[in-house]
Write a protein that binds this ligand. Structure first.
Ligand SMILES: [Zn+2]
Length: 103
């Protein structure tokens, strides 16, 4: 697990999220109804992360329930640039007591 240094929580585990979700988080916007889990899968590699429902239509690759089958390393590299890491405690705080979605 990646460790992040959070201004509020200190050193904490990091959660992989989309940059859009990270932006909403830093703006303090409510996204709890809108969050879902995604995954990019390429051969044996799987990168799960949290994102916003609206993002599913912004990613043109084929997917099933948010699991995207990525066909090349180049494409995977491009898609991974959409992802960043945030403090998991901040993400949980923003969920207002709701559990993070799980597949
Ligand atoms: Zn934090």
């Amino acid at each position: 697990m990646t460790i992040v240094c959070c201004r509020k929580h200190g050193y904490k585990g990091g959660a992989k999220v989309s940059k859009l979700l990270s932006e909403r988080l830093s703006q303090g916007l409510d996204f709890t109804e809108n969050i879902r889990d995604f995954s990019f899968v390429c051969d044996d590699y799987e990168c799960p992360f949290y994102g916003l429902r609206e993002e599913i239509d912004q990613i043109p690759d084929d997917h099933s329930e948010g699991v995207f089958e990525v066909r090349s390393d180049e494409r995977l590299h491009e898609l991974l640039s959409r992802i960043t890491v945030v403090c998991v405690a901040c993400l949980k705080d923003a969920m207002k007591g709701l559990p993070l979605p799980e597949r």
